[in-house]
Design a protein around this ligand. Structure first.
Ligand SMILES: [Zn+2]
Ligand SMILES: [Zn+2]
Length: 243
């Protein structure tokens, strides 16, 4: 299609269905592809130093590793975790629209932002194969799409990585983690994942992709399953990190 026609189509669509910023509800320009207005977009905060060298947790007072990673509470199967952004109010609104208001299209904007921020982490450059954190089939039916799979699908071509679709599966539908302690979350997630196609991960350095990381219990459980299936090393990269 000619660019002029696409532009006219966007203008018309916007006139019929005006789009608003997912955070402040300001009207968006009809050519704006982001879910956020320029002001809210400028409010996205790349997760910057200091953060834990191992698990990527933002650190208040500097130092190399967080409290958990200095002791025995840090990740074991997961070699490294990094996140593109702090999970602040602007990003929270965008992620909420993406996941819970069916704005599948926002994966294009969000995965492009992830690809750009990935360049800040040369320590992840050896991980060339992406596996998205899988949803349980019941959850997938309910939501209609897996947000991590969409982010992985956008990130892979933009960052020169290979997306291993369907490599992992969620075996158990785990209960909501929000009220659980760190130790309970880990126990809750144990055995939740399996390698659906072990031949895809064997001997490879795998980068797990998800939208928001909190305690890393989910990523750690998936990393353990892929290591069991023969993955050489497993790291994780998420859109956001919630301390
Ligand atoms: Zn806004
Ligand atoms: Zn740490």
């Amino acid at each position: 299609m000619k660019p002029g026609i696409v532009k006219a189509g966007k203008w018309l669509l916007n006139a019929l269905l005006p789009r608003t910023c997912a955070h402040c509800a300001l009207d968006l320009h009809y050519l704006e592809e982001a879910p956020l207005c320029p002001g809210c977009r400028a409010g996205l905060e790349p997760l910057s130093q200091p953060y834990c060298a191992r698990c990527g947790l933002p650190l208040q007072d500097g130092g190399r590793d967080c409290y958990d990673c200095r002791g025995s509470g840090g990740p074991r199967a997961l070699a490294l975790a990094r996140s593109a952004f702090v999970f602040n109010a602007q990003l929270r609104s965008a992620v909420h629209a993406f996941k819970y208001r069916g704005r599948k299209d926002l994966s294009v904007f969000l995965s492009r932002e992830m690809a750009r921020e990935l360049e800040r982490f040369p320590e992840l450059s050896a991980y060339k194969f992406i596996v998205a954190v899988p949803l349980h089939p019941a959850k997938l039916r309910e939501r209609g799409f897996n947000q991590a799979e969409l982010l992985a699908g956008g990130l892979a071509p933009a960052a020169g990585l290979f997306h291993l679709e369907g490599a992992a599966a969620r075996l158990r539908d785990t209960r909501s983690q929000t009220t659980l302690s760190k130790a309970e979350r880990r126990a809750n997630m144990a055995g939740a994942f399996g390698a659906a196609k072990p031949e895809l991960v064997k001997g490879r350095s795998i980068l797990l992709v998800d939208d928001v990381a909190t305690t890393l219990a989910t990523l750690e459980a998936l990393a353990a399953a892929l290591k069991n299936a023969g993955a050489k090393a497993v790291a994780a990269y998420t859109l956001a990190r919630e301390p």
